[in-house]
Design a protein around this ligand. Sequence first.
Ligand SMILES: [Zn+2]
Ligand SMILES: [Zn+2]
Length: 267
Amino acid sequence: MLEIGFSFQEGMAVGLFVAIMLFESLFPFRKQLGRWRHFGKNALFAAINSGVTGLATAGMNIWLFIWMEENGIGLLNLWEIPFWAAALVASLSFDMWLYWWHRLNHVAPFLWRFHQVHHNDTTMDMSTALRFHPGEIVLSSIINVVVIVVLGVSIEMMVVYKLIFNVNVLFHHSNVVLSDRWDRWYRFFLVSPNMHRVHHSRRMVETNSNYASGLALWDRLFGSYRERDPDEIVFGLEYDRSEDEQKWLYLLKRPFRPKGRPASKRD
Ligand SMILES: [Zn+2]
Ligand SMILES: [Zn+2]
């Protein structure tokens, strides 16, 4: 049963991944030079992340979910509530948790060392959604396991939540153009491309806004919501803008290097 769940999820994910990629080709938000090189570089992070940490924690997670279910572990198992209600509470709670964890990644200097690798991408497309330093993935995997156990999230809930969440994350990073009207409709509920583009802006005040990844509501609720004309946004950070600073090995070593200085002050 578990295996069917995972292969179905994987099949859906691959299909949607290809569909978004096709949309990027047909309706690009910005013209891209060296698209496939950029894609390959970012995908290498995803390969490492799923190969090294992903497989290890996925195997562990299955045992963890079985143990939780058999022993009735977690807050959601304290009450007798219907599955749909528990799934709703679990998804909302976990999504809000991810908002705060992401926000913490921006304010805690140690966490930012790793998270900046997601932000120093001077081009933004769906492959940016794959660009996370393995250090960040290890840290977030460990802490997410703790949250899952405390909440008592079941494997079925997590599979559904993760599928919707991952597709949405790929979509709002994508280089797909969406009219302002459609984008507004979309971000009424979920984080849209134009909303997340602000989060990838070179301007620090904009980088430190729009932290949500699933539901858009958290930024409005916790005062971090920002809007800007997406055509005016320059992606990346104030530093790490040169070609050398975009090389894969540089990115891998980035967390262990000194804090970046604004490009303008270095020139
Ligand atoms: Zn961020
Ligand atoms: Zn992002």
